[in-house]
Design a protein around this ligand. Structure first.
Ligand code: SAM
Ligand code: CA
Length: 220
């Protein structure tokens, strides 16, 4: 028995994956193709994708936003979990990576559910706010450039409906967040947001040791 989160040994991690992950073929293919890319560590893990899909279903979400698409693994998890009338606004700036994403959205038959916005995430979120999107989204996943995390979070709070959830990735930043002497723009931005959320009365909060640390913030 333990009163703290257990340390995951390789053995226990493998056990968790083998007893719970049900990765659809199309997601598995995308993961294998992305593994050849030097930046493939940016992709979320299958257990995280499955967890986020469960959240979408729990929320009965129909309107979702993702900031940071890369080759499309997390967006595909989200889109597959959305109902047929669901919509995902996917934000990224990179045409090459998102062309792989588009190909897999097509293969999986979910292209119709996804609107890709190739523009800086802040611009896309501001555009959604200006066009009456406030208080209407069920689920927002933040996983783009870390220095803009707080800007994404503030816009996400605005766009989210009460009871909706913001999911923020990499809140452990490979453990660097525990180093308070570190001077590094990305680490400091994540440390700032983690601290701010702890005191933010606009949300209910949970920080989970999934992947590289995952924060759930439910708008009150
Ligand atoms: N969620 C993805 C997955 O699971 O496969 C990984 C996303 S990766 C960590 C971060 C992405 O953010 C990259 O594809 C990058 O092009 C994108 N990005 C970087 N700066 C951005 C910006 N200012 N606006 C939108 N996207 C940006
Ligand atoms: Ca990430």
């Amino acid at each position: 028995m333990s009163n703290r989160t257990l340390f995951l040994t390789n053995e226990l991690y493998k056990y968790m994956i083998s007893s719970s992950v049900r990765e659809p073929d199309v997601l598995n293919q995308l993961r294998r193709e992305t593994a050849h890319d030097p930046m493939s560590a940016m992709q979320i893990s299958p257990e995280q994708g499955q967890f986020m899909a469960l959240l979408i279903k729990l929320l009965k979400a129909t309107k979702a936003i993702e900031i940071g698409v890369y080759t499309g693994y997390s967006s595909l998890c989200i889109a597959l979990a959305l109902p047929p009338n669901g919509k995902l606004i996917a934000c990224d700036v990179n045409e090459d990576w998102t062309s792989i994403a588009r190909r897999y959205w097509g293969k999986a038959g979910v292209s119709e559910k996804i609107d890709l916005h190739l523009a800086p995430g802040i611009e896309t979120l501001d555009h959604l706010i200006l066009n009456g999107g406030a208080n209407s989204y069920d689920f927002i996943f933040i996983d783009a450039d870390k220095k803009n995390y707080d800007s994404y979070y503030e816009r996400a709070i605005n766009l989210l409906r009460p009871g909706g959830i913001i999911v923020i990735d990499n809140v452990f930043w490979l453990g660097k967040v525990t180093n308070h002497k570190i001077i590094d723009e990305d680490t400091n931005a994540i440390q700032y947001l983690n601290k701010k959320l702890h005191n933010d009365q606009r949300i209910d909060l949970s920080m989970l040791p999934i992947g590289d640390g995952l924060t759930l913030a439910m708008k009150r």
